[in-house]
Design a protein around this ligand. Structure first.
Ligand code: HEM
Length: 105
């Protein structure tokens, strides 16, 4: 499904409590989320991940991200991301479209 990056920016407001994204992004409560799709879980330099996140074996793509963001603690048991999850498929599509604007390539 096609997401709307502008709508996704609004969805990302809830993530901003813990995550930064964009040119000036730094690690905060959570790791910065630039270039998310294609990177291995737990791979942002300088961020102190839980073992659960670091060792999940996940490479972030749309499919696994969709599963994760619906129920983070089900997808990665033991994660320290205390976020209940996002249920609405359209909002997730929009969020993915927003996040993809910050991919490396
Ligand atoms: C980790 C996305 C909301 C705190 C992550 C990861 C992703 C992500 C993809 C894994 C990153 C990696 O492996 O490099 C999101 C999105 C959110 C959101 C899209 C909004 C829909 C939040 C909120 C908080 C939070 C609200 C704080 C209450 C964390 C923490 C981690 C994390 C602490 C590290 C987990 C660990 O090491 O176990 N997030 N997140 N996130 N997030 Fe979020």
């Amino acid at each position: 499904a096609d997401g709307d990056p502008a709508a996704g920016e609004k969805v990302f407001q809830v993530c901003r409590a813990c995550h930064q994204i964009g040119e000036t992004a730094k690690n905060a409560v959570g790791p910065e989320l630039n270039g998310l799709f294609g990177r291995h879980s737990g791979s942002v330099a300088g961020y102190n991940y839980s073992d659960a996140n670091k060792n999940s074996g996940i490479t972030w793509d749309e499919t696994v991200f969709r599963e994760y963001i619906k129920a983070p603690r089900a997808k990665i048991p033991g994660t320290k991301m205390t976020f209940i999850g996002l249920k609405d498929d359209q909002k997730i599509d929009d969020l993915i479209a927003f996040l993809k604007q910050f991919d490396a390539d």
